[in-house]
Design a protein around this ligand. Structure first.
Ligand SMILES: *[C@@H]1O[C@H](CO)[C@@H](O)[C@H](O)[C@H]1NC(C)=O
Ligand SMILES: *[C@@H]1O[C@H](CO)[C@@H](O)[C@H](O)[C@H]1NC(C)=O
Ligand SMILES: *[C@@H]1O[C@H](CO)[C@@H](O)[C@H](O)[C@H]1NC(C)=O
Length: 431
């Protein structure tokens, strides 16, 4: 069997830098940040008692045409109550991507060849907390019948397939902050193996509840010292980085077998060229210091892609703005791109500087940005990169402050998650 090639034919995004590809991409390349104060947004929620009170927050109170999220534009009346926020964001991103691909109403036999691979890292912590509260206060009769369906991590995948009648593979990945990359990579495998022809792939996260921030504070993961200047908090590779900024949102891609897309004259954004996976087998949160897991994931993706390292012009780094993580990923990149002339022509940036870290959804929105970088030949900037941490070996081109134009034959994007799980995706110019 010759491997079937897989291309991207639709994109959708719900993110702190905007809802819709047009707004999100314009904001990301013009250096706008979506990080805001949680205490200002939700004054009564109790964020003021926490050390980190900022997040990448989806713009609301406005229409899609303005790049904002209004559930009423995307959900049937009553559905908002039946769907947790992570599922709502997923429905919105999926609708955008399917509309973009012209695949919202495929014929019956095409529905059987269309699947969904959509994950979340955490699911709906909010509904667990709320139902526990109700149960404690009023016992069984106060527990919602929607409680369990709402919190299941595969419910976004389920709701998407129900709405569009997709009868192909229905899968939901949950691998912490690697979820989005795994969802897209696995979907690519389903198509290239021949299980199906079209997949809606992506991930979603709605983690903005005080308890989640409390938990991340306890493992000392969040950026501290920026509550008064939220937009300066996410600063990957910068000497003053102090941790990540949590964020919410979803990213969706329509993946399609190349000949299938050509036959129906679909617009092709890029090809999904490489997918590499690895595990650290080391520690639940700390990566091994030389980044062995990341090295294996990147090398494998390049090998699968069958391209030369010189073709990779852009790396959308996992870089979350933590003191240790950014340095180790950088070490891993240097180890893969060992030839100095290869490193010189690389542009590396972290869009988390603008969006914050969307946990399970990070790999999905970063895949969207990587695809757009390949399509437009533009590298999004790393915001807040005022002083490179050179002493820690950060001495490459990390695209500080301003986007860079360059020909990008292929872009590589990394995702690493707790538990020691690593994945790399490579997108190349449309064939
Ligand atoms: C989505 O799933 C919920 C169960 O969590 C169900 O009640 C609802 O009807 C579903 N809606 C759609 C559009 O699939
Ligand atoms: C869910 O969305 C509602 C608004 O529709 C918001 O008030 C609430 O804070 C959100 N919760 C989470 C966990 O995102
Ligand atoms: C792989 O995943 C782990 C998850 O704990 C992550 O922390 C680490 O950065 C990744 N490994 C590296 C960079 O070698």
């Amino acid at each position: 069997m010759t491997a079937r090639r897989v291309v991207v034919t639709g994109l959708g995004i719900v993110s702190p830098v905007g809802v819709g590809v047009k707004h999100a991409w314009n904001n990301i390349i013009s250096g706008k940040s979506g990080v805001r104060s949680l205490t200002a947004q939700y004054p009564d929620a109790g964020y003021d008692k926490l050390p980190s009170q900022i997040a990448g927050i989806i713009p609301r109170q406005g229409a899609y045409a303005e790049g904002k999220f209004d559930p009423k534009e995307w959900l049937e009346p009553g559905d908002a109550k039946r769907m947790a926020n992570f599922t709502q964001y997923a429905m919105c991103a999926a609708q955008q991507a399917l509309t973009d691909a012209g695949w919202t109403e495929p014929a019956d036999e095409q529905r059987e060849r269309t699947g969904v691979c959509f994950g979340t890292g955490i699911g709906s912590m909010e509904d667990i907390i709320e139902n526990q509260r109700q149960y404690t206060a009023g016992g069984l009769r106060k527990v919602s019948p929607m409680f369990l369906p709402k919190i299941l991590c595969n419910m976004a995948a389920g709701n998407i397939s129900i709405r569009y009648g997709f009868y192909g593979p229905n899968h939901a990945v949950s691998t912490a902050c690697t979820t989005g990359a795994h969802a897209i990579g696995d979907a690519m495998r389903f198509i290239s193996f021949g299980d199906t022809d079209v997949m809606l792939a992506g991930a979603s996260e709605a983690p903005l509840v005080p308890l989640a921030l409390a938990g991340f504070s306890k493992i000392k993961a969040l950026a501290l010292g920026f509550n008064d200047q939220p937009q300066a908090a996410s600063r990957p590779f910068d000497i003053d980085r102090s941790g990540f900024v949590i964020g919410e949102g979803a990213g969706a891609l329509v993946l399609e077998e190349l000949e299938h897309a050509r036959k129906r004259n679909a617009y092709i954004y890029a090809e999904v060229k490489g997918y590499g996976l690895s595990g650290d087998g080391f520690h639940i949160t700390a990566p091994p210091s030389e980044g062995a897991g990341a090295i294996r994931a990147m090398k494998r993706a390049v090998q699968i892609a069958g391209i030369s390292l010189a073709d990779i012009g852009y790396i959308n780094a996992h870089a979350t703005s933590t003191p240790l993580g950014d340095v180790i990923e950088n070490r891993a990149i240097k180890s893969v791109f060992s030839d100095p002339s290869l490193r010189q022509q690389l542009a590396i940036s972290s869009t988390k500087s603008a969006t914050g870290h969307l946990l399970g959804a990070a790999g999905a929105i970063e895949a969207v940005f990587s695809v757009l970088a390949v399509k437009h030949n533009i590298v999004p900037p790393t915001l807040n990169l005022d002083t490179l941490d050179v002493a820690a070996g950060l001495d490459l081109n990390y695209v500080p402050h301003t986007a860079q134009e360059r020909t990008i034959k292929a872009a590589l994007t990394n995702s690493f998650g707790f538990g020691g799980t690593n994945a790399t995706l490579i997108f190349a110019k449309a064939p």
